[in-house]
Design a protein around this ligand. Structure first.
Ligand code: FES
Length: 177
């Protein structure tokens, strides 16, 4: 053993660097992330707030489901299966991606990609705290908007547009932001 090697002590619970291990394990350049954020913000402004309103809520459809580029119609649940403040995870847009649909009190159905925008862990909905939580590094997202509330993520969760037809909730399109 090399005597010059400093001895490492295990981190203590109140060590402020305890939850910062991901920075060493996943070196991540924040300046690149900032550029992405500005580009996304510009795209958002061009799209307009009206489009955002439509994107964050379910669209009640009485006729045919929407069609078009990047539009799918993946059945995720029956409307009567999701009580207030309940949620369901589903595959979208294929078996390699997942979304989460929530029947949010005061807002109704909302859906997002459940892939954390920090380092891609799966986020969970915590009904009692009304938040989307990433257990990997304690990222917190607002379930009303998908925006970041706390933790290392800097970008909001992608919105999944929903449509409701004949009592079935469909995921139809992923909106990167
Ligand atoms: S992966 Fe790091 S906070 Fe979600």
């Amino acid at each position: 053993m090399n005597d010059a090697t400093p001895m490492r002590h295990p981190p203590q619970p109140n060590d402020p660097t305890l939850h910062e291990d991901w920075r060493e394990e996943f070196p991540y350049r924040h300046d690149e992330d900032e550029q992405m954020t500005r580009r996304d913000l510009l795209r958002f402004l061009v799209a307009g707030s009206g489009a955002l309103f439509l994107a964050t809520g379910a669209i009640a459809i009485s006729g045919n489901l929407p069609k078009g580029a990047n539009v799918k119609a993946v059945a995720v649940a029956r409307v009567d299966e999701l009580g207030e403040n309940e949620f369901r995870v589903f595959d979208f847009p294929d078996q390699y991606g997942q979304g989460i649909v929530i029947n949010l009190p005061g807002k109704g159905l909302v859906a997002y990609s459940d892939v954390c925008t920090h380092l891609s862990c799966a986020v969970l909905y915590q009904p009692d705290q009304k938040r989307l939580f990433c257990p990997c590094h304690e990222g917190v997202f607002d379930p009303t908007t998908g925006n970041v509330r706390a933790g290392p993520p800097t970008r909001p969760l992608p919105v999944i547009q929903l449509a409701v037809q004949n009592g079935i909730i469909y995921a139809v399109k992923m909106e990167e932001r």
